[in-house]
Write a protein that binds this ligand. Structure first.
Ligand SMILES: [Zn+2]
Length: 191
C-alpha cells in the first residue's frame, strides 16, 4: 500500500475530511482525521494490518500491544498478520496500565501499534506500562504519522503514511480570515 492509496482510502471512508474544522482542542484545522472510519470494514482493516506486518519482515516479536481504544483494531489485525498474540493497555484513573489478566514474560519482545501518532504520547505511555511488567518493546508502528516524523517514542518506529494536519488558534486561522464557516465534526457522519 502506497502513502497515496492510504490517504485515498481515508478520504473515501470519510476518515479524512477536508474543509474548516473546530477540533476537540478548540483549535481550527483544514483537516479532520477519524481513523476508526478507515478501519470499519474488516477487509480494509486486514489490509492495513498486513501492510504494517510486512514492514517488520526481518523482525521477530512475541506480542503486538496497543493503547486502547484507538489502537485496538489496527493492533489486532497486525497481530493476526504476524500470527502472534495481541494485548492492550488502557487507562485506569488516568494512568496507562496492563489489565484484564494479560501477563507479560520477562524480556517478551513486543511491537506497539497505534492508529495515529500525533505527539507519540499514548505510544510512549503504552511502552512504559509494558516495560514495568518486564517487556522488551523493540519497535512501534502507526497507520498515520501526524508529527512530520518528529514524535519520539524511544524505540524505532514506522508509519504507513505521513499527513500534515496544521492547527490554528481562531485568531490566526487563515480559513477564518477568508470568512469560511468552521464546522465541529460530529460523532456521526450522515451518508
Ligand atoms: Zn478557522
Amino acid at each position: 500500500m502506497t502513502q497515496e492509496q492510504i490517504i485515498e482510502h481515508f478520504r473515501k471512508t470519510n476518515a479524512l475530511l477536508e474543509g474548516h474544522f473546530i477540533l476537540s482542542s478548540g483549535l481550527h484545522s483544514p483537516k479532520y482525521l477519524q481513523c476508526a472510519l478507515a478501519l470499519q470494514n474488516p477487509i480494509d482493516a486486514e489490509k492495513f494490518g498486513k501492510a504494517i506486518a510486512e514492514k517488520f519482515a526481518d523482525e521477530t516479536f512475541d506480542t503486538v500491544a496497543s493503547p486502547a481504544i484507538g489502537g485496538l483494531v489496527i493492533g489486532f489485525v497486525v497481530a493476526q498478520a504476524l500470527n502472534i498474540q495481541f494485548i492492550w493497555t488502557e487507562r485506569e484513573n488516568g494512568a496507562m496500565t496492563v489489565r484484564r489478566g494479560f501477563t507479560i514474560e520477562e524480556n517478551e519482545r513486543i511491537l506497539v501499534v497505534e492508529d495515529v501518532i500525533t505527539t507519540g504520547g499514548s505510544t510512549r505511555e503504552c511502552i512504559e506500562a509494558l516495560e514495568k511488567h518486564g517487556a522488551k518493546v523493540t519497535n512501534a508502528a502507526s497507520i498515520i504519522d501526524r508529527s512530520n516524523g518528529r514524535a519520539d517514542v524511544g524505540v524505532p518506529r514506522i508509519t504507513l503514511a505521513s499527513l500534515d494536519v496544521p492547527s490554528y488558534e481562531t485568531e490566526d486561522c487563515p480559513m477564518c480570515a477568508n470568512g469560511e464557516i468552521a464546522i465541529k465534526p460530529g460523532s456521526r457522519i450522515s451518508k
